[in-house]
Design a protein around this ligand. Structure first.
Ligand code: DC
Length: 216
């Protein structure tokens, strides 16, 4: 069984997808990490955008298992390096390069093959696994997503204002939704879960009940 979980940043999709993977004992594939890995490498090594595709020839590894996805660049696991807002923004810029996106989609399809997976991202249900029998689109209002991201960043001791965070979220949404090829949008057959006024647990229960309803 393949389950596709898409949604904008700070919608709660990663938390929900990870918990779902644990509840169902299926591997969890966080597709954003590969864009973040290339974004981080390209940014820190000052690789121009037109050369980013060459990074595919380098030594990297994506390991996905129940509850987690790990990425390794030249044998080193990248974790904290990939979490920042700047890396996320750069990942979104790379996501606009059609040749890179096509290569990433092909790569992800190859590593998953016929396996079961809970895969999470922006285009899992639309382009990576359009054949997935279960698709969810996790969303929330930009203000609520900004509020969550703001609290998260403040709890890590970062000095940011709510307005700055909201602006960054709106910019990222705009870029992800308006790229000419592969614009970010829900699959036609996705179940939309709006988490603006519900908790993660309530959203997870909704997903589980939809799965149960359709599998019985
Ligand atoms: O889910 P995330 O915030 O880690 O993703 C970071 C960026 O990577 C996101 O703004 C757009 C890009 N991305 C993408 O284009 N397609 C995906 N399947 C996952 C991420």
């Amino acid at each position: 069984m393949k389950i596709a979980i898409d949604g904008p940043s700070a919608s709660g999709k990663s938390t929900i997808a990870k918990l779902l993977s644990q509840r169902l004992d299926l591997p969890y594939l966080e597709t954003g990490l590969i864009y973040r890995m290339f974004g981080y490498v390209a940014f820190s090594e000052k690789i121009p955008l037109e050369k980013v595709l060459d990074l595919f020839e380098e030594d990297f590894l994506v390991i996905f298992e129940v509850g987690k996805t790990d990425v390794y660049w030249k044998g080193k696991r990248l974790l904290e390096e990939l979490k920042g807002e700047d890396v996320g923004r750069y990942a979104s810029i790379l996501g606009e390069i059609p040749a890179l996106r096509q290569r990433v989609i092909k790569f992800l399809r190859e590593i998953v093959g016929d396996s079961q997976v809970v895969a999470e991202g922006r285009d899992v249900g639309t382009h990576i696994f359009p054949e997935a029998p279960f698709k969810f689109f996790i969303t929330a209002s930009p203000e609520e997503r900004a509020r969550r991201r703001y609290l998260e960043l403040r709890s890590k001791g970062l000095e940011v204002s709510y307005e700055e965070v909201l602006k960054a979220i709106e910019e990222r949404d705009l870029r992800d939704t308006n790229r000419p090829l592969y614009p970010f949008k829900p699959a036609e057959d996705a179940h939309i879960i709006d988490t603006t006024n519900i908790t993660v647990e309530q959203a997870l229960e909704k997903v589980l009940s939809i799965l149960k309803e359709h599998r019985d």
